[in-house]
Design a protein around this ligand. Structure first.
Ligand code: APR
Length: 403
């Protein structure tokens, strides 16, 4: 297969057609383009939407190293800030874990995902990369073909198609790539029975730590995003619309669950964004189906309880870029054959820790029942050993920042 020639690519063909311009799709595109592999990104929404969609923002050290390795870290170096402390608030009081001094001694970098996506897009376009906005992939009818097709609805709403050598499905959990998986493909889905109301408040962070509050009313979380914006999460009744609670009720629940009366007031500010998240896991296995390869949320959905989603997306994009470059530029298919197993190793480790965090932070969902007391006692015991056992703290720190 050819290296990217200087002659313009025939219409609607690329060696790698990438579905979706999130962290996974855009990092993959940057790395392939830089490696001289002919690729094109198809994104359903507009550039403005992609660059302003507020989602994650907690980058693992491995993610920062990957972005630095590829010269894509200028934005996060300038505007990101390091974060290395968690604070747990329970009815037994509060305790802090300086996880930057535990485990491997590493910490997160807080950098809003929309800023990361904007950086990746700018780098890609400045380098002459191809991307088609408002182009919705509909299906990959022949994933096992050596020249797979992607059927699309173009920006004018007309049906069209793309021809590729490989298709990278980075279009999320509800995208065309997942819809095109061969019948019988394993999908490991788990609904954790917990729902969060995710909030962005135009207010400075109230703690210099990630705040986890365990309260009879339910969980509450506090995460810095920027010096002026704070991400909050509140455990929420499943099926309740995002706008069901007034701002006063939200502030009241945050103060109550974060025990502001005991630990100091929270900075309140207008809620600028609300979203309801049902905590779920949904892993596709394997991640390769002939010429169709999955990465990011298309590969595995993970609950936000341990901030792994965007970090897994970056890890998988780099693995896939190396594998596709080896195959297309050097004719070596080894890495591509190993991609699925390698990525799934990281995915399942992240799913394991994410589930551990869900069980730590939440009472057993549903009305109290015989098991509840057993579950609650396990939870208190986990918290107690996290507060007192250095070995447990090191284990926590390594998994909390790891990916
Ligand atoms: N055709 C083209 N583009 C599509 C289609 C489609 N049919 N369906 C979805 N998309 C686009 C979306 O508009 C979005 O821009 O695919 C992109 C997927 O991006 P993300 O959802 O950000 O997914 P990913 O890159 O896998 O990163 C996921 O980032 O936000 C965190 O925690 C989140 O884990 C998640 C991670």
């Amino acid at each position: 297969m050819t290296q990217r020639q200087n002659t313009p690519a025939p219409r609607n063909t690329a060696d790698v057609v990438i579905l979706g311009a999130g962290p996974a799709g855009l990092l993959l595109a940057n790395l392939l383009h830089r490696n001289g592999v002919d690729c094109a990104v198809l994104e359903r929404t507009t550039r403005a939407h992609v660059q302003t969609r507020a989602r994650a923002g907690f980058l693992a050290p491995a993610t920062v190293r990957t972005l630095e390795r590829h010269g894509l870290a200028d934005g996060l170096r300038r505007r990101g800030h390091r974060h290395g402390t968690c604070e747990f608030r329970t009815d037994d009081g509060r305790f802090r874990l300086d996880y930057a001094t535990l485990g491997q001694g590493e910490q997160h970098t807080v950098y809003p995902q929309q800023d990361l996506v904007t950086d990746l897009l700018t780098h890609y376009l400045d380098a002459g990369g191809r991307i088609h906005f408002e182009t919705e992939a509909l299906a990959v009818p022949d994933p096992h073909s050596t020249r797979p097709t992607v059927t699309v609805r173009d920006a004018d709403g007309r049906p069209d198609h793309w021809q590729a050598r490989y298709v990278a499905g980075c279009d999320g959990r509800h995208g065309a790539a997942r819809r095109s998986l061969p019948p019988g493909t394993a999908r490991h889905h788990r609904d954790h029975g917990i729902t969060w109301l995710g909030l962005l408040a135009q207010a400075p962070p109230s703690l210099d730590a990630v705040g986890y509050a365990l309260h009879p009313h339910g969980f509450a979380g506090h995460m810095a995003r920027t010096p002026h914006v704070t991400r909050y999460y509140l455990q929420y009744e499943r099926g309740t619309p995002a706008d069901a609670w007034t701002e006063d009720r939200i502030q009241h629940e945050l103060d109550t669950r974060m025990r502001a009366a005991d630990h100091g007031p929270l900075h309140h500010g207008p809620i600028v964004h609300r979203t309801v998240v049902d905590l779920e896991s949904d892993v596709v296995q394997p991640l390769r189906h002939g010429s169709l390869l999955l990465a990011g949320d298309a590969a595995s959905l993970i609950s936000p309880s341990a901030a792994k989603g965007a970090n897994l997306a970056v890890l998988e994009a780099e693995l896939l870029a190396d594998a596709l470059t080896d195959t297309l530029a050097h004719g070596d298919r080894g890495a591509l054959d190993r991609y699925s197993a390698q990525a799934l190793t990281h995915i399942w480790r992240a799913q394991d820790f994410s589930l551990w965090m869900i069980r730590l932070l939440h009472a057993e969902p549903g009305p109290p029942h015989g098991e509840s007391f057993f579950h609650e006692s396990l939870r208190r015991s986990r918290l107690a050993s996290l507060r007192t056992s250095r070995t447990h703290q090191d284990w926590f720190a390594e998994n909390y920042v790891g990916v």
